[in-house]
Design a protein around this ligand. Structure first.
Ligand SMILES: Nc1ncnc2c1ncn2[C@@H]1O[C@H](COP(=O)(O)OP(=O)(O)OP(=O)(O)O)[C@@H](O)[C@H]1O
Length: 278
């Protein structure tokens, strides 16, 4: 195993011989950020795409690994569901390049039909995720975002243990039940010594289209308690918004609509950039 090209640059404290995956010498990935949540359906994939677009707009080279192997949604969010990934003659996989030069890899790019099920056991899925790191030609990236599967199971564990993850961006929604499960994911990161940079509260409020009043559904006092208990930082809150829901049609948005989506995530992305130091 070699530390060459690894985002941890040999500073992770791991014994080289126990390192989980071999670095691909063709890849130079400066930072790996996992977008995670203990809970499903809270908007991890959506926020992964928003963060990627915002980083790319700021001039960073970005890749997205869709590690939600059984429920991949990254291709659709870029309206790239009909794309296929191809291999080089050396058997490396070429990621699909979408708008703003964002490179994406998803199992759906290797499937014949988008709706074909993936009926694989955990170790096989974990092996695919490792291959998405070692065998995909990511090239030079400032940030590789990993869209994590929901939960703290097998794949999440493999990613945390085997890939040189720089840190985690946690996604939650302000329901007490979700906060409790997200807290489990935060504690998992602590135990794995992977820093949680911050939390984005998604679908946190609605803005009345007539009077622009901000309507919150949940008790914000409980939310403050969550941040106190988990010692995490709130990066920002996102509204329940049709422009976010329909992100797969982003290319058809007018400049004003793009600006609205961008402004919502911009300060969270600025904090992320500061925290990862890139
Ligand atoms: N802020 C938002 N406003 C409106 N709809 C949203 C918002 N965020 C996410 N959604 C919608 O919620 C649904 C779930 O989002 P998404 O697929 O990103 O969640 P996920 O956490 O990645 O799900 P999974 O756990 O299945 O991977 C999608 O239909 C998405 O369009």
């Amino acid at each position: 195993m070699s530390c060459e090209g690894c985002p941890s640059k040999g500073n992770c404290g791991k014994d080289q011989s126990t390192c989980g995956v071999e670095n691909n010498p063709n890849n130079h990935i400066k930072n790996i950020v996992a977008i995670m949540s203990g809970k499903g359906g809270v908007g991890k994939s959506t926020i992964t795409v928003m963060v990627a677009k915002a980083l790319a707009k700021k001039g960073y080279k970005v890749g997205i690994m869709d590690a939600d192997i059984t429920g991949p949604s990254i291709p659709r969010l870029f309206a790239a569901e009909n794309e296929q990934a191809y291999a080089t003659k050396e058997n490396y996989i070429i990621p699909v390049e979408v708008t703003d030069g964002i490179k994406i890899m998803s199992l759906n790019f290797l499937m014949k039909n988008e709706s074909d099920p993936v009926i694989w056991r955990g170790p096989v899925i974990a092996g695919v995720v490792k291959q998405f790191y070692t065998d995909v030609l990511w090239g030079d990236l400032d940030v590789l975002l990993i869209d994590m599967p929901p939960g703290t199971g097998d794949v999440a564990l493999t990613i945390m243990q085997s890939l040189p993850v720089s840190g985690v961006l946690m996604v939650s929604t302000p329901q007490p039940m979700v906060s409790m499960i997200v807290a489990k994911a935060i504690h998992m990161c602590e135990q794995m010594h992977v820093p949680v940079y911050g939390v984005i509260e998604n679908m946190a409020y609605l803005e009345c289209p007539n009077c622009l009043e901000k309507i919150e559904f949940y008790d914000t006092a409980q939310l403050h308690q969550f941040f106190e208990d988990t010692k995490t930082k709130l990066y920002g809150t996102l509204p329940m918004l049709d422009l976010i829901r329909d992100l797969n049609t982003y290319a058809q948005y007018n400049e004003n609509q793009k600006e609205i989506v961008h402004d919502l995530i911009d300060s969270a992305v600025d904090q992320l950039i500061q925290d990862i130091g890139c």
